[in-house]
Design a protein around this ligand. Structure first.
Ligand SMILES: [Zn+2]
Length: 160
């Protein structure tokens, strides 16, 4: 059994070499199994250092999983948007704000939508009739309209 001093806690011969280990990584509920990992693990503090090739394989698998989960969320966003009969542009104007192509980037899985937007889309998926309320409330929250009202009141005050 090969051992070495732990670089983390300093325990002499603390680190024991292992191989053939499998680990499951999980991102947003998606899981991926990575087999045949080898490296060092400290028996004292639990610190793990994967061998170089395995570390690369491990981080590649994590990257793939992150990309896959963004695609999954993107597909979900597209499905819900279509169910609500909204164009990407309408969805941005109504729900998310941001640039006109923001939503298409979400749907392509290039970037993960903000958590609040995912939640909002899932709520609308479950209760599609709330879309009417969302439209009304969205208009009421328009700050340019608010500023306009304040401005007019101010004008009428200075006239009298
Ligand atoms: Zn240690």
């Amino acid at each position: 059994m090969s051992t070495q001093q732990c670089f983390s806690c300093g325990a002499a011969e603390g680190m024991v070499h292992f191989d053939g280990r499998g680990e499951t990584v999980s991102v947003k509920g998606m899981e991926r199994r990575i087999d045949n990992l080898s490296g060092w693990e400290c028996q004292k503090c639990g610190e793990v250092e994967l061998d170089e090739m395995c570390g690369q394989r491990y981080s590649d698998a994590c990257d793939e999983l992150v990309i896959a989960s963004r695609k999954m969320v993107g597909n979900e966003m597209r499905r819900i948007r279509r169910k609500l009969h909204l164009t990407q542009k309408e969805t941005v104007q109504l729900l998310s704000g941001g640039g006109h192509n923001a939503f298409s980037r979400y749907e392509r899985g290039e970037i993960l939508p903000p958590k609040a937007l995912i939640l909002l889309m899932r709520l609308l998926d479950r209760y599609p009739y709330l879309l009417t309320d969302a439209k009304t409330l969205g208009e009421g929250a328009d700050l340019r309209g608010f500023e306009h009202i304040v401005h007019k009141e101010h004008e009428s005050l200075s006239v009298s």
